[in-house]
Design a protein around this ligand. Structure first.
Ligand code: NDP
Length: 294
């Protein structure tokens, strides 16, 4: 298939580009300087010129705190561009795969969020991502929206790399009252490729919103503890800081985060093995980083 991928330089986009380049598909991929999602005319003309058979949007405005100030930019990239993509896909009668976030929820639910649970973003980023979802759902029946959370991976910036960069501090305070599931970027890319190869191409996928995250719920504090433990085991760091658990109230940020962002995986699970152990993903990432060191 001829696949048009946006966001090639992001955590997930980079893994998609890497894995698709090893497949039989024809991949047309873009970073933001090649195709800027704020330039809707350029977006339209490039997509029409290329006539892809499927569009995958892994691009997004992901600076959650900055979005509180840059509402216009986050809305343009996270909502208006996906709207145009969905309209274009509709005209071309092709599917759109889009990635969204746990931040569309308010985080007040006790259990895991289902795909059709009430949304209630607490931040401008969450609001813009939700608007993007809604534009897609309204414009295009052939959509797959994958809501994920706490993404980390070898390529790009993320919590794991931040922790590794802080490894030489004697002490670190980490939030312990926000729960969620870390998700390895390569696992998201593998899921998308499996959905394309095994279901979309065969016409056996039910279009709609799906949740996909790592397998196990944790807190930022516990995640940090695992990162430092594994980084020591993989000989990436010599010492680990002393970790202090703190409540969110002691770590104020411009954007509010959901306290519970556990997403139920029951719906996506009917499409086979989820292969989503974030601990395994973390091991794979740390091994790659260690190999870069050698
Ligand atoms: P990244 O921040 O790693 O990458 C996003 C990419 O979007 C960047 O590479 C950037 O391109 C591209 N982009 C930003 N602005 C524009 C623009 N104006 N035009 C074109 N491209 C642009 O994101 P992730 O890979 O982490 O996220 C992938 C998806 O997952 C996103 O939809 C995000 O909302 C969602 N998500 C992410 C989470 C996380 O923890 N990171 C959690 C939950 C959901 P360039 O580098 O070329 O400038």
């Amino acid at each position: 298939m001829k696949i048009l991928l946006l966001g090639r330089n992001g955590q997930v986009g980079w893994e998609l580009a890497r894995l698709f380049s090893e497949s039989n598909h024809t991949l047309l991929s873009y970073n933001s300087s090649e195709l800027n999602l704020t330039d809707l005319q350029q977006l339209k003309s490039e997509v029409c010129r290329q006539q892809p058979e499927i569009i995958i949007n892994a691009a997004a405005y992901t600076a959650v705190d900055k979005a509180e100030e840059e509402q216009e930019a986050s809305f343009a990239i996270n909502a208006l561009a996906p709207k145009v993509l969905a309209e274009l896909a509709g005209k071309m009668n092709i599917p759109l795969i889009h990635i969204s976030t746990d931040y569309v929820f308010d985080g007040l639910k006790t259990g895991c969020y289902l795909e059709d649970d009430a949304v209630g973003p607490k931040s401008e980023y969450g609001y813009s991502k939700l608007a993007g979802e809604q534009f897609i759902v309204n414009a295009l029946p052939q959509h797959i929206i994958i809501r994920t959370s706490w993404v980390f991976g070898y390529h790009g910036n993320n919590f794991v790399k931040t922790m590794l960069n802080l490894a030489n501090k004697p002490e670190l305070s980490i939030v312990e009252d926000q729960k969620g599931s870390p998700t390895y970027s390569e696992d998201i890319a593998k899921l998308i490729i499996r959905l394309v190869n095994c279901f979309i191409m065969k016409g056996t996928l039910d279009w709609g919103i799906y949740h996909y995250t790592g397998d196990e719920q944790t807190t930022w504090f516990d995640f940090a503890a695992v990162i430092f433990k594994k980084a020591q085991e993989h000989h990436l760091i010599a010492n680990s800081p002393n970790l202090l658990p703190i409540p969110t109230s002691q770590y104020p940020t411009p954007a509010k985060r959901p306290f519970n962002s556990c997403l139920s995986l029951d719906k996506i699970a009917k499409y086979g093995d989820l292969d989503n152990s974030w601990r395994d993903g973390l091991d794979r990432m740390l091994i790659q980083l260690k190999n870069d060191d050698i």
